[in-house]
Structure formats: C-alpha cells, structure tokens
Ligand binder design. Structure first.
Ligand code: NAD
Ligand code: ZN
Length: 239
C-alpha cells in the first residue's frame, strides 16, 4: 500500500532529494553505526576516540592504521540493489540530488555521480600541508600516513571526524537541494545525527513530501508523509 502511494508521488515529481545513511549499505555487509559499527573497540580503544580530530593531532599513524582496518573490511563490500536503483534514478528525474552520510563510497561504485558526501569518503586523503585531495583506492596502503603526491606532506583521511564540522560547501548545496525538492526520500538513517538530520525537515518546511524507507521508524517523526517499513535493497527497486 505505502509502496503504491510512494510510487505515485515519485511518478509525478521532477525535483528529488535522496538522503541516505548507514542502513543503505547494511545489505552490502557494512555494519551500521548503532548496529555495532559505532560501538566498536579496536586494539582496546573506542572507535569514537580513534575517529577523532584530537587523535589526528596526537597520533596520525594510529588513525591511519584504524582506517586501514576499516578500509580492508570495506574492500570486499559491493553496492547492493538500493545503491543501484538510486544510481538509475539520475535518469528518471530531471533534478535529482543524492546526499549521503556514508563514507564507504558505495554510491560512487554503483555509478552515482556528484554525490554530496556530508561526512567525506574513506577512499580519499586530504593533505594536512596543502589541502590537496587524493584518491587512495588501494588497501593496504604502501605507507601510513600516506604522502601527498603534490607537496610530499602527510595525508589525513578525508572524513569528518568526531569534534569536526561538516564541509560547509557540501552542506550548503545539500540544503539548497532540500529547499527546492518536491520529494525527499530518506533511506536507512536513524536521522539522529545533526545537522545532517535537518535536511528532511528543511524539505518538509518547503512543502516536500517525505518518504522514509527503513525497517524501523526513525527519528524523523512529524513531517513524514509515507513510511515504508522494509529493507532498502528490497524496497527501492520496487519504487
Ligand atoms: P545509524 O547507524 O544511526 O542508523 C542506521 C539506520 O539504518 C537505522 O535507522 C536502521 O533501522 C536502518 N537500517 C538498518 N538496516 C537497513 C536496511 N537494510 N535498509 C534500510 N535501513 C536499514 O546510521 P546513520 O543514520 O547513517 O548515522 C550514523 C553515522 O555513522 C553517520 O554519520 C555515518 O557517517 C556513520 N556511518 C557510516 C557508515 C558507512 O559509511 N556505511 C557506516 C556506519 C556509520
Ligand atoms: Zn600536499
């Protein structure tokens, strides 16, 4: 029933915002934050401490070793039907923006272009000396921390760490997309991590219908138009 309603809403729409969280990658074998990925302990240390701005300052090598561990787990994960469906939607809608909180790069791998990555990408480094961004696709890396091929400085992971702000330009473009969207479809996010979780609220305030796909209702609450209870990989292809 809710799938049919959502299909009808989507069929009449041109301007779409797709907003994804860890749940869209769950069926690819990537643990969600609250499903264990966020409470991980590695070498006796808390994941939130290892993934912190403070740790980049105090032990960059350790941060990279932790990220290499995570990159190693992700290397064997591929996009699932949810990522693939979203990639195809770029042709279905004349104005579609994809905003993700994920750092796993799976939207990229499924063929989505111009993904607005609110929390960065684990497959990219950012030079601490000159700011250059560099794709670092190979894992294990030949050295950690990796060196910048522009200036020889040290890279840090190009990921938003605990204690850091979202990249301002990316968030601005995501907010603009939320303001003009006719439909905002929220997939696999607990919608608890602000300011990212603000986007569906912005869209709703500007008159968009909000469709949520999640096995459990999330924190969006009020402005929700259609809730589709189910797994992203099952539901999205049917939309
Ligand atoms: P979250 O872990 O807080 O919430 C995940 C949500 O996905 C839950 O609401 C859960 O019910 C739902 N879910 C689980 N399986 C699903 C499925 N098969 N289909 C659809 N939904 C499903 O994740 P979040 O809201 O993205 O916030 C956590 C933060 O952790 C984010 O900032 C993100 O950057 C980070 N994170 C990223 C990854 C990744 O890159 N894949 C993984 C874990 C955490
Ligand atoms: Zn550099």
């Amino acid at each position: 029933m809710s799938i049919e309603r959502a299909k009808a809403v989507l069929d009449g729409a041109r301007r779409i915002l797709v907003f994804t969280g860890a749940g869209v990658s769950a069926e690819s074998g990537v643990p969600t934050f609250r499903g264990g990925g966020g409470s991980a302990v590695w070498r006796g240390m808390d994941a939130t401490e290892l993934s912190s701005a403070r740790m980049v300052g105090s032990d960059l090598k350790l941060v990279w070793e932790w990220f290499e561990y995570r990159r190693g787990l992700l290397a064997s994960c591929g996009p699932n039907p949810a990522h693939q469906t979203i990639a195809e939607w770029a042709d279905r809608f004349s104005d579609m923006t994809l905003v993700t909180q994920n750092v796993d790069g799976l939207h990229d791998k499924a063929g989505s272009r111009d993904v607005l990555e609110l929390h960065g990408n684990i497959w990219r480094g950012r030079c601490l000396a000159c700011g250059a961004l560099e794709r670092l696709d190979d894992t294990p890396l030949p050295e950690v921390p990796p060196s910048c091929s522009t200036c020889g400085g040290k890279h840090r992971p190009d990921v938003v760490l605990f204690g850091e702000f979202l990249p301002e330009d990316v968030f601005k473009r995501a907010t603009a997309a939320a303001e003009r969207a006719e439909v905002c479809i929220v997939v696999g996010t607990s919608a608890l991590v602000f300011p990212a979780a603000e986007l569906p609220l912005v869209a709703a305030r500007n008159g968009a219908s909000i469709i949520e796909v999640n096995p459990e209702p999330s924190g969006i609450g009020g402005p929700l138009s259609i809730m589709i209870e189910g797994r992203a990989g099952d539901v999205l292809p049917r939309l």
